[in-house]
Design a protein around this ligand. Structure first.
Ligand SMILES: [Zn+2]
Length: 470
């Protein structure tokens, strides 16, 4: 073998080159990675809304012997596994550690919501011979991406009698789907002159529901009546019931492998269900951690972590206070001590360097698809506004942990300094005194109806979260 020159040898020792995660993996690891991604695709298909994600996870937690904290009694002991649900949209699952709670807990916090179209409170109308469904977009979408694709309705409707009706239309092969027809290029002269932000207006994101008019020609809106009759006949609903409803419109269909080598997964909702799945699998794999391990699945991240199911709510505090009480630690300052001694990974996705839009990223500080889980020291926009800027000491600690555990990891900023920015739940965890850093895989096509992730990054995220809990 040829010997390195002196310079080469020094370079090897001193400089830092992030390797491709696939290069670091054994054949065995590659097999595990591919198998893990198969389970992940199933999860993406089953968990298209925050409620569905919570339901799928709770079913598994119960099957694995996790106990509902709402009905738990005094005397929690190390190794006890627990979960608690907040309003069907937020979930905390954990395993009690051997060290006292006051030593702090370890939290991996992700979010179960994803950008989508929501039904308006009074959504159904008739126009030009169609019955249509009005929507109001949720989170940061590029509106032009939503016309011209098959869509499904997932939702819950609460009737006047207080009955809760779940409906999913557009996922089974025999179901109809919905769509927002795009304007034909032949007549798009004016539209094409608009900016991409204005080309498709929020008010034109209306779904086609039906075209067959009701038989009674005396009725004014006959196609709308067809729809109302269908909803009454199938679900027992009247129009007013849609006021107390949450109907979410998401891309129809299933997650797919992407690429000849099947190294990637493509589908809707991977921000942030890739972190949800990886951290969920990690908490299931933990048995007797030293510090109490908590997987935290929050809602409303895409609209600022607001509301009583978002990360800005006090639900996490409530859960930790409950754990303290059940472990006979009841003083109010105990809770603050637990929080202040705690550590978290804010498990969210970031942007991967895109070969078609390289110019928006600083290559040297950008995450690459397939180079492992990404540590993001700070998010925010412009001069780091609204960022949790992780402390050097904590970044050092996590880096050391990942290196020791053989986790392929990289560092990444969201994009060039003046290009834009974004946020995660990191700042809200940190506000409570918790040491926090963003840590999750990078995606291509973030917030689009078909996001792309690397299977290697998915598996490395799982390894990272597991190492952190352990
Ligand atoms: Zn996210």
């Amino acid at each position: 073998m040829a010997q390195d020159t002196i310079g080469k040898e020094i370079e090897k020792r001193l400089s830092w080159q992030v390797k491709n995660a696939w290069d670091k993996m054994s054949e065995e690891d590659k097999k595990k990675t591919m198998a893990f991604a198969e389970e992940y695709k199933q999860f993406l298909n089953q968990a298209k809304t925050e409620r569905e994600a919570v339901n799928v996870m709770v079913a598994e937690l119960e099957a694995r012997g996790f106990k509902d904290l709402k009905t738990a009694s005094q005397g929690l002991k190390p190794g006890d596994k627990f979960y608690i649900v907040n309003r069907d949209k937020m979930l905390v699952a954990g395993v009690l550690g051997s060290e006292p709670l006051t030593a702090g807990v370890r939290i991996v916090g992700s979010h179960v919501d994803a950008p989508r179209l929501d039904g308006k409170p009074n959504p159904i109308y008739e126009s030009c011979g169609f019955a249509l469904f009005k929507t109001h977009y949720y989170g940061g979408i590029k509106k032009y991406q939503w016309p011209g694709i098959p869509l499904a309705l997932h939702g819950v409707v609460v009737t006047d009698k207080g009955e809760k009706i779940n409906l999913t239309i557009g996922e089974k092969p025999e179901d109809p789907v919905f769509t927002i027809p795009d304007l034909l290029p032949h007549l798009a002269k004016d539209q094409m002159k608009k900016t991409m932000a204005e080309g498709v207006a929020g008010e034109s994101l209306n779904l086609l529901l039906a075209t067959i008019p009701h038989a009674d020609e005396e009725v004014k809106e006959r196609v709308k009546l067809t729809v109302l009759e269908y909803l009454a006949g199938t679900y027992g609903l009247v129009e007013e019931d849609l006021v107390s409803a949450e109907i979410e419109i998401v891309p129809a269909g299933e997650a797919r492998d992407v690429g000849l080598d099947r190294s990637m997964v493509g589908f809707y909702g991977q921000d942030d269900r890739i972190c949800v799945f990886a951290s969920f699998k990690a908490i299931l794999a933990i048995d007797k951690p030293q510090k109490t391990a908590i997987a935290f699945f929050s809602d409303k991240e895409e609209i600022g972590s607001t509301g009583n199911t978002g990360a800005q709510s006090r639900f996490l505090e409530y859960v930790i206070a409950k754990l303290c009480a059940l472990s006979n630690l009841e003083r109010i300052d105990t809770l603050l001590e637990v929080l202040n001694n705690s550590e978290a990974l804010s498990a969210d996705t970031t942007a991967a360097l895109d070969p078609n839009y390289e110019e928006v990223s600083d290559r040297q500080n950008s995450a690459w698809l397939g180079k492992g889980v990404v540590l993001t020291k700070y998010t925010g926009a412009r001069g780091k506004y609204d960022a949790n800027d992780a402390h050097a000491e904590y970044v050092g600690k996590i880096r050391r942990l990942f290196n020791q555990a053989g986790v392929a990891w990289q560092i990444g900023e969201l994009g060039k300094v003046d290009q834009g920015g974004g946020g995660t739940i990191a700042q809200y965890l940190a506000n409570q005194g918790i040491e926090t850093i963003d840590c999750g895989p990078a995606l291509l096509g973030l917030h689009s109806p078909f996001e792309v992730a690397s299977k290697a990054d998915l598996y490395m995220s799982y390894k990272a979260y597991k190492a952190f809990f352990q």
